[in-house]
Design a protein around this ligand. Sequence first.
Ligand SMILES: Nc1ncnc2c1ncn2[C@@H]1O[C@H](COP(=O)(O)OP(=O)(O)OP(=O)(O)O)[C@@H](O)[C@H]1O
Length: 299
Amino acid sequence: MEKILEVKNLTKRFKQIAVNNISFDVEKGNVYGLLGPNGSGKSTTFGMLLSTINPTSGSWKWFGKDGTDTDTLKRIGAIIEQPNFYPYLSAEKNLEIVATIKGAPNSRIDKVLETVNLLARKKDAFSTYSLGMKQRLAIASALLANPEVLILDEPTNGLDPEGIIQIRDIINSIAKSGTTIIVASHLLDEIEKICSHVIVLKHGTAIYSGSVDAMSNTKGFFELRSDDKTLLISALNGLNLFSSVKEKDQIVIAQISEDISASELNKKLFEKGVFLSHLTKKKESLETQFLELVKQSNS
Ligand SMILES: Nc1ncnc2c1ncn2[C@@H]1O[C@H](COP(=O)(O)OP(=O)(O)OP(=O)(O)O)[C@@H](O)[C@H]1O
């Protein structure tokens, strides 16, 4: 798989450490999330990768080339802060100005407005746009020069639920067209819905880097109940299928280490003389696993 970005031991220290020795790769065609609470170093990371903040140490390559020069920047569409559009000009006229600055052809304007669902409103003044429409226009503007990578910093900040869904759908459709996307967010739900890969930042340190699927890749657990709890627990322990067997509020919880279906387990327990009054197979939500990950990094 072609590498778009390779980051090695990137560090930024202001008075305090903002980004602490992070390394990750971005492969072509995927959507990467930089996930972390406010102040965890997301914007600083983008700033360094876009050459607006000097790193303290570390290195990176865009498209196999060291650092970020002007040629590289032409291949990247980024929205780090709300761009300044002229309020009294239409979306179309604003994009004409951006197209001239970026050297993009005006023929791209309708195409990018269509991508962000603003084509029908292109003649309207920017000042009449809702916050969600303004954000969508910013995305259109970043797409004008047909970038290979799109970088978005908290793209749904301040938007209502409908606006959030619209932005999310647009990001998903841009990703489907093959553009690599790196998006920073403090919202786990957003990352889960948009991204294939995630780098979790905490106080500037990457505490997880990998696929979103792998982050949620536990086999889950069974909840079981039986009149003879002692026999149930000893039978479960004897099966060697579980990493732990615990009791919680009259329910026995068995963390699965070897894949097994509920019906297979029921049969095995029945053979050992255990009669179940309750059996369900569950999986922790990504949120629970995320909190577990953050907790582990504290210890
Ligand atoms: N110019 C600066 N001077 C001093 N400290 C800074 C500067 N920029 C950022 N920081 C600090 O670096 C840390 C990381 O900030 P950063 O903005 O990168 O985090 P973030 O995850 O993007 O959060 P947010 O979403 O709130 O912007 C914070 O402690 C912040 O106060």
